[in-house]
Design a protein around this ligand. Structure first.
Ligand code: PGA
Length: 255
């Protein structure tokens, strides 16, 4: 039985004040949440402030990236130790916006995932195809390559902690969501890949999140699919009400 996980990816949004206000709202509304893991990924500048506020609450902290070196002359990067210092538990890795705008490759994604694991940060490893790739029937090839590349050298112990996020690029921030069937098909494929790499028992334990315009209106249908274990939510995580509505959809007893 996999614990549902709903993660809010705030991307490059929210001042420190806006972040603390948002997390206070989430905290208040999430008081009765019993079975869903809740994660927020504020921008780096707000990690510390948010961390102080969620201490002792059911909300965990994630970064939106992590660099693979420990310290040194790497202007603009953030080390795993720095993230642990502010009590990050998760790190989003290989988001399509990083791949698309910042030259992230399967190799750099893999380095980041490995360093995260070695510092006890849970990687949320993102994979997903573009519209062009989907239309030319390359979805499974792309997802397989990104997954295998990202997991290279990650052993049986590492994989136990890792979370995968399937985020079709064409659905991110576009309001165009994959249908539950389209998403489930790829989630099932990802679980099959994990089974091939790490065995059935392990593959049944890994959580696979869906990301791409998840909102209060479509969350229940997506989350009721057998291989969709939660969501990585962008736009709808920027308002406490809509984020909480998605969390409540994951809390539903039938899921
Ligand atoms: P979206 O973003 O919910 O705004 O589509 C999801 C993501 O990129 O993680």
């Amino acid at each position: 039985m996999r614990t549902p996980l709903i993660a809010g990816n705030w991307k490059m949004n929210n001042s420190v004040g806006e972040s603390t206000e948002l997390v206070e709202g989430i905290k208040k509304g999430a008081e009765g949440v019993k079975k869903t893991d809740i994660v927020v990924a504020p921008p780096f500048t707000a990690l510390h402030a948010v961390s102080c506020l969620i201490n002792g609450s059911p909300i965990s902290l994630s970064s939106q990236n992590v660099f693979w070196e420990e310290k040194g002359a790497y202007t603009g990067e953030v080390s795993p130790a720095m993230l642990k210092d502010v009590d990050c538990k998760y790190a989003i890795i290989g988001h399509s916006e990083r791949r698309q705008y910042f030259g992230e490759t399967d190799e750099t994604v893999n380095k980041r995932a490995k360093v995260a694991l070695s510092h006890d940060l849970i990687p949320i490893l993102c994979v997903g195809e573009t519209l062009e790739e989907r239309e030319s029937d390359k979805t499974f090839d792309v997802v397989q390559t990104q997954l295998k590349g990202g997991l290279q050298g990650i052993d049986a112990e590492g994989i136990q902690k890792l979370v995968v996020a399937y985020e079709p690029v064409w659905a991110i921030g576009t309001g165009k969501t994959a249908t539950p069937e389209q998403a489930e098909e790829v989630h099932q494929f990802i679980r099959g890949q994990l089974k091939g790499l790490y065995g059935e028992e392990q593959s049944e334990q890994n959580r696979i999140l869906y990301g791409g315009s998840m909102n209060p209106g479509n969350a229940s249908d997506l989350l009721s699919q057998p291989n969709i274990d939660g969501g990585l939510v962008g736009g709808a995580s920027l308002k406490a009400d809509s984020f909480l509505a998605i969390i409540m959809a994951a809390e539903k007893p039938s899921l």
